[in-house]
Design a protein around this ligand. Structure first.
Ligand code: GUN
Ligand code: FE
Length: 502
């Protein structure tokens, strides 16, 4: 609980006080609620800012602030498929569910010189609505920053960027590159490597025009994964990212599934490993987000670490598609930067809280897997680390915030509440006992407060501190294990309120 002072000019945190002030003068001052002039009054606390916004979390309402969540890997066009995967695994899941849904976001005519037809308005109306829904739902779950995969279609990808900009969600927007006929379906692929590159440039140009300073929305170079990309395409995308100053971010998938790893070995016999394929094309950089990384070899981990590439851990997806369990503790011990991803719709939920929960759960099963135990008992590995792989709730929340911030190279700006950081925050409200003077045994109580009323359904659920004696650690544990979007009362990005629960 407490109070945050945020600069009106920069949206950065100027000060805070986690203790509740109940003296009258201060309460009156706060009740102005909004951007206020503070003159000299409390200026000492505020780093010289004269215009600040004051936002308050109230202990008596069981509220607290938490840094906004960072989703380091999510496929916006797959949102309609969330929860739909049957018993498929990665490669047949792509063919059965994923390529079909993505192909509906436009037409394949992304040929050079057609940029006048690349406006967001050219995207199918359904695509616009789905993207609007994705941004709404992720914001409602407290995601203040997301790294999105879109589709191969420029107009719809540009529309996703425009929607993030309008709705105020911090985002990296990737037009998906996939030109390799050996793997991509005929009905959903770039027509050539050149076409893929020029369409990618169109999107980058659009986003740079939309948000020239990259305050909120930035482009990210997105080779889907090695099997969908020709060598010339991989080379060109590596060069394209490096041609900017600072270099553009890059995102892709790596070693998610064992059949996929075998396929890459077949398709790229010249490369020593999956990670080496990306490295040979200058796609392993400090600004690269590698999604999944479930089955990396020891050599690949060393390479990822040496290039300072980042890992997006997607535990819900890895369980749903039966991909395996990424050894997150090992990565952290090896000094690799890790954040969390929902990987909608490999992941069934747009919630990073769910991803944090699944990160804890899957880490608790990791020590029971043969691969993990084998890895830790071969030469040079410390078998004693078996047992230490379990992630705590605090660690999973670290991955969801500061870890994610480091994955997108924004650790100085977002993911925490240090003074000077940007206010990307969520106001969490845990449950409380509804004592409104009406006996739960009365007929009126059943009508107004029964389990089926919308009041209960829209408010926070569970996680009630019934005796008012819980420690913060206990409250946070209950939030992670039993919370959902109903606990997210409001969300700010850059000091702007971008979602509130009604
Ligand atoms: N590998 C290549 N494409 C995809 C995708 O869309 N989702 C996941 N989870 N893995 C992929
Ligand atoms: Fe993915």
């Amino acid at each position: 609980q407490g109070i945050l002072w945020v600069s009106a000019e920069s949206g950065r945190i100027k000060g805070y006080d986690w203790k509740i002030h109940d003296d009258e003068a201060f309460t009156g001052f706060m009740s102005k609620n909004g951007w206020v002039d503070v003159d000299g009054k409390t200026n000492g606390n505020l780093g010289g800012a004269t215009k600040v916004k004051i936002v308050e979390a109230r202990e008596d309402k069981n509220e607290f602030f938490f840094p906004g969540f960072i989703d380091t890997h999510i496929h916006a066009p797959q949102y309609p498929n969330a929860g739909l995967f049957g018993s498929s695994t990665l490669l047949d899941w792509l063919e059965t569910y994923t390529f079909p849904v993505e192909s509906g976001f436009g037409t394949q005519s992304t040929v050079k010189g057609q940029s006048q037809a690349q406006k967001p308005e050219e995207a199918p109306e359904k695509a616009l609505h789905i993207y609007d829904q994705v941004v709404s739902r992720t914001l409602a779950h407290g995601t203040t920053c997301a790294s999105y995969f879109a589709t191969i279609h420029v107009p719809a990808t540009n529309a996703l960027a425009a929607i993030c900009q309008t709705r105020g969600q911090r985002a990296f927007i990737g037009r998906v590159c996939m030109d390799e006929p050996a793997f991509c379906p005929e009905y959903y692929k770039d027509l050539s490597a050149e076409d893929s590159l020029s369409a990618t440039k169109d999107t980058i140009h659009y986003i740079h025009t939309l948000d020239p300073k990259g305050t909120l929305v930035k482009p990210i170079v997105t080779p889907r994964f090695a099997p969908t990309c020709s060598r010339p395409s991989l080379t060109a995308l590596g060069q394209l990212a490096a041609s900017y100053n600072p270099p553009l971010h890059i995102q892709t998938h790596i070693a998610e599934n064992k059949n996929e790893v075998a396929l890459v070995k077949d398709l790229f016999p010249e490369a020593e490993s999956y990670a080496a394929v990306y490295d040979q094309h200058n796609l392993l950089t400090p600004r690269t987000i590698l999604a999944h990384a479930v089955h990396l070899s020891k050599e690949e981990r060393t390479l990822v670490k040496a290039r300072d590439a980042k890992i997006s851990h997607c535990p819900a997806s890895n369980s749903a598609l039966g991909s395996g369990i990424a050894p997150v503790r090992d990565y952290l011990n090896e000094g690799i930067t890790v954040g969390l991803g929902t990987d909608v719709s490999g992941g069934y939920s747009p919630s990073i809280l769910e991803a944090a929960r699944q990160a804890c759960l899957s880490s608790r099963l990791l020590g029971h897997t043969k691969d993990f135990v084998d890895y830790h008992s071969h030469d040079g590995c410390e078998s004693k680390s078996v047992g230490l792989e379990k992630l705590s709730v605090a660690e999973s929340l670290y991955l969801a915030t500061r870890g994610g911030a480091a994955v997108v190279n924004m650790e100085d700006d977002i993911g925490g509440f240090e003074i000077g950081m940007i206010m990307d925050a969520q106001l969490i409200q845990l449950g409380s006992v509804r004592m409104n003077g009406v006996s739960p045994l009365s007929a009126t109580a059943n009508m107004n407060g029964g389990p089926c009323t919308s009041l209960i359904q829209s408010g926070p659920v569970g996680n009630v501190d019934i005796f008012g004696t819980e420690s913060w650690e206990e409250k946070i544990q209950k939030w992670v294990w039993s919370g959902d979007d109903r606990n997210v009362k409001a969300v700010w990005v850059g000091g702007r309120m971008v979602h509130w629960r009604v």
